[in-house]
Write a protein that binds this ligand. Structure first.
Ligand SMILES: [Zn+2]
Length: 298
């Protein structure tokens, strides 16, 4: 049985995954442990208990975490986790659970989850883009996740969209993430003269459905910007399919309808008709665990 683990800033979820389904799940606090070793001890113990309660053994482990380097198996000084040093979590859990363990960053886990269990199943060349607080992405080429020379390939969110544009969390200006993340869309709402008190994408969608003109323009402009970013990304690895993940993509046709139009209009001619754009079909609650588990299958 594969153990999938999703390390988060306050709690870490884990679950047993069989044939693309999470059959048992639990969570422990990420914070409040004496150190990273105590955290790994507690996590391993709870995971063993979960497996024993279901009469199964853990055969492999996949771990999704922020700032995780898949090449080294190390979480590198993640700002939102309690440990301010490198944590070799793959080895620590592999030792404790006597099973091979693979660590990867959240966006790559999401990409593998879609490829193994979701809307990218059977697609050898795939791009998965997660739209949320930030914009993450993972490229699969010839049925392999692209890691790059340092384990950090696939940062569509930090491709420059508008030279000299809005400042980004990475310290640069004009990145895709500064425009089509939740934060970016809220900034667009203000720029477009929106006056309603809104702090999430659902709120923006509700306003757009209620014909708030600024909110409607947010979706129209975000679709244009994202279309350019995706059409540019297609030029790098030629994916057959792009899967969008996250609440931003799940607002019916508000984003997706104009996005499809702009995307096809922006695509290089040799890719026309050869790349489709779809939304993740993985269940929200289990997507991170399935992604983590997919890391345990490679
Ligand atoms: Zn950036």
């Amino acid at each position: 049985m594969i153990l999938g683990i999703d390390i988060g800033g306050t709690s870490s979820k884990f679950g047993l995954v069989d044939d693309g389904r999470v059959i048992a799940r639990a969570r422990i606090a990420t914070t409040g442990h004496a150190n990273d070793h105590a955290f790994a001890d507690a996590l391993a113990q709870e995971a063993r208990q979960l497996a024993a309660a279901h009469g199964s053994a853990i055969t492999s482990v996949g771990i999704g975490a922020p700032n995780a380097n898949q090449l080294t198996g190390i979480i590198e000084m993640a700002p939102n986790l309690p440990w301010k040093h490198d944590v070799p979590l793959a080895r620590m859990l592999s030792d404790r659970l006597s099973a091979p363990a693979t660590l990867g960053n959240d966006a790559n886990a999401a990409a593998l989850g879609e490829w193994r269990y979701g809307a990218g199943r059977g697609i050898a060349d795939l791009l998965v883009v997660t739209l949320g607080t930030g914009v993450g992405s993972g490229f699969i080429v010839n049925d392999r996740l692209v890691l790059g020379s340092a384990g950090n390939a696939g940062e569509v969110g930090h491709m420059t969209l508008i030279p000299g544009g809005r400042s980004c969390t990475c310290g640069r200006r004009g990145c895709v993430e500064a425009y089509v993340s939740i934060r970016g869309m809220l900034a667009t709402y203000t720029e477009e003269g929106g006056t309603a008190n809104v702090n999430d994408v659902k709120g923006l969608a509700d306003l757009a459905h209620a014909n708030d003109p600024a909110a409607r323009r947010v979706f129209a402009r975000s679709a244009e910007w994202l279309a350019i970013a995706l059409a540019n990304a297609v030029c790098t690895t030629g994916p057959r399919r792009i899967v969008l993940f996250g609440g931003i993509a799940r607002n019916g046709d508000l984003l997706m309808a104009p996005l499809r139009d702009h995307f096809h209009a922006s695509l290089l001619n040799i890719y026309q008709g050869r790349v489709d754009l779809t939304v993740s079909a993985l269940p929200d609650d289990d997507a991170a665990l399935l992604g983590a588990a997919a890391l345990g299958t490679i």
